[in-house]
Design a protein around this ligand. Structure first.
Ligand code: ADP
Ligand code: MG
Length: 139
């Protein structure tokens, strides 16, 4: 089943000039980039994106971090793209991430973990629509 998922390269990674290295890992995994832009989120936009986490103790710190520098937001397409990109990303906590994953290679800690990826078809659809309209998605 061909799916689309939302990817974000987070500020800890753009600050270290890792956009290219991370996009290479994504493309080497066979995921196709069908939309992409680099933006700096406002606090409101970061809070809106992570609204599902607003009761979590890390919400304030997370949303502050997410607007601390530019992010690269992209839509990835491929066979089972949601699960496959989660596999390429690795575990949320880099201490638990497998060798060869983006988070194992680049994440600094459980918060500054370099990348976001949608976790299910419904959240992927909502997250893609949060950042891109139909005209901005190729193919
Ligand atoms: P994932 O990004 O792997 O889907 P979650 O959806 O659980 O992880 O959390 C969203 C983001 O919140 C994480 O990617 C990470 O940046 C941050 N986060 C998660 N858990 C913690 C934590 N215990 N402490 C600080 N930040 C966290
Ligand atoms: Mg998540």
């Amino acid at each position: 089943m061909t799916q689309r998922t939302l990817s974000i390269i987070k500020p800890d990674a753009t600050q270290r000039n890792l956009q290219g290295a991370i996009l290479k890992m994504i493309q080497d995994a066979g995921l196709k980039i069908v939309a992409m832009k680099m933006i700096t989120l406002t606090r409101n936009q970061a809070e809106g994106f992570y609204a599902v986490h607003k009761e979590r103790p890390f919400f304030d710190s997370l949303t502050q971090f997410m607007c601390s520098g530019p992010v690269v937001v992209s839509v990835l397409e491929g066979e089972n793209a949601i699960t496959r990109y989660r596999e390429v990303m690795g575990a949320t906590n880099p201490a638990n991430a497998d060798e060869g994953t983006i988070r194992k290679a680049f994440a600094l800690d459980i918060e500054k973990n370099s990348v976001h990826g949608s976790d299910a078809p419904d959240t992927a659809a909502t997250e893609i629509a949060y950042f891109f309209n139909q005209l901005e998605i190729t193919g």
